[in-house]
Design a protein around this ligand. Structure first.
Ligand SMILES: Cc1cc2nc3c(=O)[nH]c(=O)nc-3n(C[C@H](O)[C@H](O)[C@H](O)COP(=O)(O)OP(=O)(O)OC[C@H]3O[C@@H](n4cnc5c(N)ncnc54)[C@H](O)[C@@H]3O)c2cc1C
Length: 497
């Protein structure tokens, strides 16, 4: 069947690139995998246009072959480019990489899935456009794939899914859908107006496996007149609750638009040093090692940052309020940096798409990798601290280090814990795996859910959402059957397992 599928795709889609064998195995795996779970995907298809995607989907239906769409496949920490199930053909959309529109007055873009953060950033730079892009900590991925996974960046536009305005989607039966105002022929409102008549369908295609997104509209941040960052080193591990509550009050006062972030010292340490410099493997870092590390790298136990944007008066007020908020947190050292329009852009507080974040790979040595645990918590210092201490102690008991960041959103905290490990240490990989499953169960017991899950843990994380004896599951199964009747798209993606 696979051969028949590949032959008929090759015959009908002249321009498609087909990869198989070693080239496919090398490219479409999860470079951060804990275990070699199964054989690599049998083939990958790299189309150039939506028409080609539709033909491929129709042929997949005819031949009973499953497809795993990816935009650039840089989903590191969450499963990489590898399909969830054996035998699935990768549909790599990286060659569909046109930036179809950048609109300055209304601050949006319309991109194909293969457009990377670097492509879009370069376009804004090259044309001198006064729009800022929110980028994730690792910037080599795609604008579309990241937003579809509900990725995050550090800017007022850092909730990337929340900036989506209008999708074009090929459904599992090959039908082409445009969501929102895109459904109204000839409308110029597709990327401008998110709440047209009827239900908003964009959300159906996030983390779902119900369709292949071939165009994505995204709101961008208009360049502000000024920006500033207020950064604080917080000495004591026990000060987390105070810091979170102070930053929550600051956010609720309406003077900062950004998601303030508080991160443990190891998140920074892993970018600038290796674990071996501070302590032997197979044992939690001693208090002495922790002190030595923090002194050498100039880090608080927690390191927090608030960014402020807008007219200079607004930024001045935000900085003053942020300084005041941090002044109430014991053992806090504050540093402010400012930028104004016309000054060198290197000083502006905007995201740059780089691979620098990948440096933390080396923390556990040359075979280092990580998986992310991303959990939504209440916006409460006491609850966040209880959870942070529980997770860090669970990890310390398993001789794992605690690299964690808390992003303060409007009504909740997004807590991302990076679990760094050595892929060459199979015992450590087993431990990481067991700890991850335990943390999923524990989060559910506390009433917290995962916000995004690595492919391997998706079904376990999804199983916790079982109100009404699995009503969510049944509805999602019905949606899947309606939109992808032969289940040819992204098997295993929905976490229903
Ligand atoms: C050091 C480090 C730091 C990181 N920091 C961050 C961070 O700050 N924020 C963050 O969000 N992530 C972060 N990541 C995780 C990850 O690298 C990024 O989220 C990255 O942008 C995802 O890769 P991608 O955009 O190429 O998506 P892809 O791998 O292309 O897509 C991800 C998944 O989305 C689905 N999908 C993608 N495209 C489509 C489509 N067109 N149609 C239907 N389904 C689709 C598929 O299931 C796919 O597997 C980090 C990773 C590392 C290693």
């Amino acid at each position: 069947l696979l051969e028949r599928f590949l032959e008929s795709v090759a015959a009908r889609v002249g321009d498609v690139e087909i990869l198989s064998g070693a080239a496919c195995a090398q490219r479409y795996r999860d470079p951060f995998q804990l275990f070699v779970d199964g054989p690599p995907p049998p083939a990958a298809l790299r189309p150039r246009s939506v028409d080609e995607v539709r033909v491929i989907v129709r042929e997949a239906n005819a031949c009973g072959v499953a497809l795993w769409p990816i935009s650039r496949g840089e989903n590191l920490g969450y499963g990489g480019a590898a399909p969830a199930e054996e035998g699935t053909v990768v549909l790599d959309l990286a060659r569909m990489n046109r930036i179809l529109e950048v609109n300055v007055p209304d601050a949006f873009c319309l991109v194909e899935p293969g457009v990377s953060f670097i492509d879009l950033f370069d376009r804004l730079e090259r044309d001198g456009l006064p729009l800022w892009l929110s980028v994730p900590g690792y910037g080599l991925g795609s604008v579309a794939g990241n937003a579809l996974e509900r990725g995050v960046g550090n800017s007022p536009y850092g909730d990337h899914a929340a900036q989506i305005c209008g999708l074009e989607v090929v459904l599992g039966d090959g039908e082409l859908l445009r969501t929102g105002m895109g459904a109204l022929p000839g409308s110029g409102m597709w990327q401008r107006h998110r709440s047209p008549l009827g239900p908003r369908l964009d959300e159906l295609f996030l983390q779902s496996g119900y369709g292949i997104v071939t165009k994505l509209g995204l709101w961008l941040m208009p360049e502000p007149e000024a920006s500033a960052a207020v950064e604080a080193e917080i000495e004591s591990r026990e000060s987390l609750a105070g810091a979170i509550d102070a930053l929550t009050r600051l956010k609720r006062a309406g003077v900062v638009q950004d998601s303030p972030v508080v991160a443990s010292y190891l998140t920074q340490a892993a970018l600038h040093s290796t674990r071996a410099e501070w302590g032997p493997p197979g044992a939690a870092l001693s208090g002495e090692a922790e002190g030595r590390l923090r002194a050498a790298l100039g880090l608080g136990w927690w390191n927090a940052r608030v960014r402020v944007y807008g007219p200079p008066e607004v930024v001045d007020l935000g900085v003053a309020r942020a300084e005041h908020a941090f002044a109430g947190v014991p053992g806090c050292t504050v540093r402010v940096s400012r930028w104004r329009a016309g000054e060198p852009m290197a000083r502006a507080h905007r995201g740059l798409p780089t691979a620098e974040g990948l440096a933390n790979r080396n923390w556990c040595g040359p075979h280092g990798a990580h998986i992310d645990l991303a959990v939504g918590l209440p916006l409460s210092g006491a609850e966040a601290t209880r959870y942070a201490f529980f997770v860090s102690e669970t990890m310390a008991a398993a001789d794992l280090d605690y690299h964690a960041a808390f992003y303060l959103r409007d009504r909740h905290i997004l807590n991302v814990v990076q679990i760094l490990f050595d892929q060459a240490d199979s015992a450590m990989c087993q431990v990481v795996d067991a700890v991850y499953f335990r943390l999923i169960e524990d989060a559910a017991r506390r009433g917290f859910g995962l916000h995004r899950a690595p492919t391997r843990y998706r079904a376990a994380a999804m199983a916790a959402y079982d109100f009404g004896d699995g009503a969510m599951r049944r509805v999602r199964e019905r949606l899947k059957r309606a939109l992808d009747p032969n289940a040819v798209l992204s098997p295993g993606k929905d976490g229903l397992g």
